[in-house]
Design a protein around this ligand. Structure first.
Ligand SMILES: [Fe+2]
Length: 308
């Protein structure tokens, strides 16, 4: 080997060592920046009911969540089977909420934050303590149907998608509160939960195209005011992830730096046999999601099938 070549080789080797050090140093910095700060379970569409052994099955789900050692549980609504149908009597509403209380007593030591689903409200019996949204707030121990809180460096916004006239959007008062709350979040990485998806592709899968036109996707599948949300998210890059349910299908949409996770259903096919005899709705089996949130605003998630 010529001396000149040797020097070249030594130079290259030193460069490689230096480069390696840089790689190690930068990955150490990002490791330090990326610290796991929260582990959460997202359950949605539990639709708890006395039929189909649902309470025992849901308790199995909660036992698994307990073993997962999560810091908090987010409950995405439709907690009870259905109080909203016209023929529902007060006795049935009480029966359903008793199933909910019995099951969730298993995880009473884990903080749980809930939002309202469209099937939670009992619209009969005006004037009764269980009537409408105030009745559900009472059963879930909430002061308001929308609210926010901070935990371990993350900001959480809990929305009420149950618009009185056009479900799947916020009314003006809530919208103004939401915009203000995002601005006040001070750039903290933010997670939003709603019952109806803000943005989801389940509306396509759960729909039939007609022969000549495109799919028509209703506000049940994507918030009617999603374009307004996208504008706010584009100006506030700290919004990282939006969780939802309602469709009972599992999807993950990423759009313009925001992840939208529609996280299946704890009840699958409302606890009934469903499409595979094991309570799946189309391809989605009963499950819950585990999310790890990191200090740098990143996250990872996994949908857990809890029944054999
Ligand atoms: Fe729903």
């Amino acid at each position: 080997m010529k001396r000149r070549d040797l020097i070249k080789k030594i130079g290259l080797a030193t460069g490689a060592v230096a480069l390696n050090n840089v790689v190690v140093a930068s990955s150490l910095i990002s490791e330090q920046k990326k610290k796991k700060v929260l582990k959460i379970a997202h359950i949605t569409d539990v639709h708890i009911r006395p039929e189909y052994n649902a309470v025992v099955r849901f308790k199995k789900c909660l036992e698994m969540i307990k073993k997962d050692k999560v810091d908090l549980i987010l409950n995405g609504g439709d907690s009870i089977y259905a109080a909203d149908y016209d023929d529902i009597k007060k006795e049935r509403v009480i029966e359903l909420w008793n199933c909910w209380k019995d099951s969730t007593s298993l995880v009473k030591e884990i903080p749980m934050y809930s939002v309202l689903g469209n099937h939670d409200m009992w619209w009969q019996g005006k004037g009764d303590e269980l009537f409408g949204k105030p009745g559900v707030l009472k059963m879930l121990g909430l002061k308001n149907s929308y609210y926010s809180f901070d935990k371990n460096g993350w900001h959480f916004i809990m929305l009420d998608s149950n618009h009185p006239k056009t479900p799947g959007m916020l009314d003006e008062e809530q919208w103004n509160w939401f915009v203000q709350d995002v601005q006040a979040s001070n750039g903290k990485p933010t997670l939003i939960m709603s019952h109806y998806p803000l943005l989801s592709c389940t509306g396509i899968v759960d729909n039939k195209p007609d022969f000549i036109g495109p799919f028509k996707v209703s506000g049940s599948y994507n918030h009617l005011d999603i374009m307004k949300f996208i504008e706010v998210f584009n100006k506030n890059k700290n919004i990282k992830v939006c969780l939802s349910g309602h469709i009972h299908l599992l999807d993950k949409v990423w759009y313009n730096d925001v992840s939208y996770l529609c996280n299946g259903a704890a009840s699958g096919f409302w606890w009934e046999p469903g499409d595979d005899g094991k309570s799946s709705y189309k391809q989605t089996v009963p499950g819950y999601s585990l999310l790890n949130l990191y200090s740098d605003g990143s996250f990872d998630d996994e949908y857990i099938k809890y029944e054999a």
